[in-house]
Design a protein. Structure first.
Length: 132
């Protein structure tokens, strides 16, 4: 198995909503034009935690104080580090720094499409919602 180069961050707000990002629709990126969790590549010298915090800030404008690493547990087996973080601001505080759109959604409600299956499973498992 190749070493992971990027991470994902499940960011929730006080209402229990999950932050999703509609990825850019450009060739050469993973899952173009799909709804996903914020995240990205680790830069040289960064810890995974530092990369997770930096990527969320760059992509959404959210400055997380800390993130918690969690097990993916979905059987995808790619080893992508997965983190959880808390956002206590308002949706109007979000700043789109990358991608096409940001959205806070309730994990138990309908999730936007298209969405990679592993992202759907991460949301369901980490939020306690049923995978839909």
């Amino acid at each position: 198995m190749a070493r992971p180069t990027g991470c994902l961050v499940l960011v929730t707000d006080p209402l229990g909503r999950v932050l999703l990002q509609l990825r850019d629709d450009i060739p050469g990126i993973c899952w173009p034009a799909h709804w996903a969790l914020p995240g990205g590549r680790r830069e040289p010298g960064e810890s995974w935690e530092q990369a997770a915090i930096r990527e969320v800030a760059e992509e959404t404008g959210i400055l997380l104080d800390r993130v918690e690493r969690v097990r993916a547990g979905d059987g995808d087996g790619d080893g992508t580090p997965l983190f959880r973080g808390a956002f206590d601001g308002d949706e109007s505080d979000l700043v789109l720094g990358e991608g096409q759109e940001l959205r806070l959604v309730f994990p138990s409600g309908p999730l936007p499409e298209p969405m990679p299956p592993h992202i759907r499973r991460h949301i369901a498992r980490l939020s306690g919602a049923r995978a839909v």
